[in-house]
Design a protein around this ligand. Structure first.
Ligand code: FES
Ligand code: FE2
Length: 442
């Protein structure tokens, strides 16, 4: 359901969702609510388990822990990918403790049951000693729906889940255009944080915090909500298009070509001096310029995408907890996922993916320049290393917010129009929980 208001809210928002759910602190701290989310939402949505380029050869595997679940994704002998619950059907041992690897077969460390790449049980000790019959041919690894799309491995723990295509809805057309499958993950940092996963995803659902929490972004993005487009899709996903390659009109001097903007112009061969006092013109000039250098720089897709995609941030929120910002030269993925037992903690990941090196075999990342090669997973205790300058700012805010969620004085969020995607997100969670419960009762 959406409401049309007779005055513009949030720039080009295509709809306003109503407050179906009151966003109170207990949603972020309650163990009971965490269990509802795990059982009725996380177990029923399409999740990204990894990059398909991580497991190029038959027998290569990657594991994605999600809450108390653990999913094993394996490259098959025919080149496809299958996903299984990472659990031995004998007596429940976790099949592999590794995060990734390559095997001829999966051998359980408890009694040695052995499974092929396709999950088939191929060998057990003392097979004649089972009163119910030899388990080979009867038991296999529990397989779940899995798709290889846009360079990501997607899985859904619900075997009756609708297809990934129908889950993604209108988002798929955007991803098809931008060919995320041609990108290499060049930055991959992970840290456990002291806040509920929703605190950070709320942050990704609004840009209202930019002037306060990320003042540096005003050098490059027009963070005024009235100039920003918001699309709230069915399926609880959303897209924000924020104008880039120009200083914020809210800034102290939006006509000056600042250092950040000048560096970007120089990277692509535009002369900052030619735009002195006309910084607001740089965005359009850059769009035209990029079309002319698309082929020589090896970014042929620049000839196909709309003008705004050459300069702006296309920020997608995929329900429930993944945020992907696509630019003209790459994409970054951020997500926060639930901790197995504690609603006050979660696991944060920041990936950055790029199409090709920009100079000297290097690409820009959320934490400076890095080599253009597949990044190893880098997990470290929170605060011991940057997860990216802007992301560090978000994580610091969310850590403080989690304390506030526990305050008796917090009566629930009071949202602005430009924060309406937060409402969409929370409405979506409760709808999933209600539907999941109803399905269970049927
Ligand atoms: S629990 Fe895996 S072989 Fe027994
Ligand atoms: Fe932020």
């Amino acid at each position: 359901m959406s409401t049309t208001l007779n005055r513009p809210i949030s720039g080009g928002a295509n709809r306003i969702v109503p407050e179906e759910v009151r966003i109170t602190g207990d949603r972020y701290t309650s163990r009971e609510f965490m269990e509802l989310e795990l059982d009725y939402m996380w177990a029923r949505v399409w999740n990204i388990g990894g990059r398909s380029a991580e497991i190029p050869e038959p027998g290569d595997f990657v594991v994605h822990p999600l809450g108390r679940d653990s999913i094993l994704m394996v490259r098959q002998d025919d080149g496809t990918i299958r996903a299984f619950h990472n659990v031995c059907p004998h007596r429940g041992n976790r099949l592999t403790q590794a995060r990734e690897g390559s095997v001829d077969a999966f051998v359980c460390s408890y009694h040695g049951w052995t499974f092929g790449h396709d999950g088939t049980l191929i060998k057990v000790q003392d097979e004649e000693d089972f009163p119910k019959g030899n388990p080979c041919g009867r038991l296999n690894l529990p397989q779940i729906p899995c798709e290889d799309y846009a360079g990501f491995i997607w899985y859904n723990m619900d075997e009756h889940a609708p297809s990934l295509e129908s889950f993604l809805g209108p988002v798929k057309a955007y991803f098809d255009t931008h060919q995320l499958e041609n990108m290499t993950r060049t930055f991959f940092r992970v840290t456990e944080v002291a806040f509920n996963w929703k605190a950070l995803h709320d942050n990704f659902c609004e840009s209202y915090h930019l002037p306060t929490a990320h003042p540096q972004l005003a050098d490059y993005y027009d963070d005024d909500y009235q100039n920003t487009t918001f699309e709230l899709f069915d399926g609880h996903h959303s897209l924000m298009k924020m104008k880039g390659c120009m200083p914020s009109v809210r800034g102290s001097d939006p006509t000056v070509v600042n250092e950040t903007l000048a560096a970007e112009m120089q990277l692509w061969g535009l002369d900052p001096k030619a735009f002195e006092g006309r910084a607001q013109d740089v965005r359009e000039a850059m769009q035209k310029h990029k079309r002319t250098i698309a082929e020589e720089r090896g970014f042929e897709h620049w000839l196909r995408v709309e003008d705004s995609w050459l300069t702006d941030a296309y920020h997608f929120n995929l329900f429930p907890g993944t945020s992907i910002t696509v630019s003209s030269i790459g994409a970054s993925l951020q997500r926060c996922e639930p901790h197995p037992t504690d609603p006050n903690r979660s696991i944060y990941e920041h990936w950055h993916m790029t199409i090709k090196p920009l100079k000297d075999g290097m690409v820009s990342s959320p934490d400076g320049w890095v080599p253009f090669k597949q990044a190893e997973r880098d997990e470290f205790p929170y605060g011991t290393k940057s997860v990216g300058f802007t992301a560090d700012q978000d994580l610091a805010v969310a850590t403080g917010q989690q304390l506030g969620f526990q305050s008796r004085g917090f009566k629930g969020a009071y949202l602005s129009g430009q924060e309406n995607r937060i409402q969409q997100f929370h409405n979506g969670i409760d709808r999933y929980i209600a539907e999941g419960k109803a399905q269970k009762d049927r």
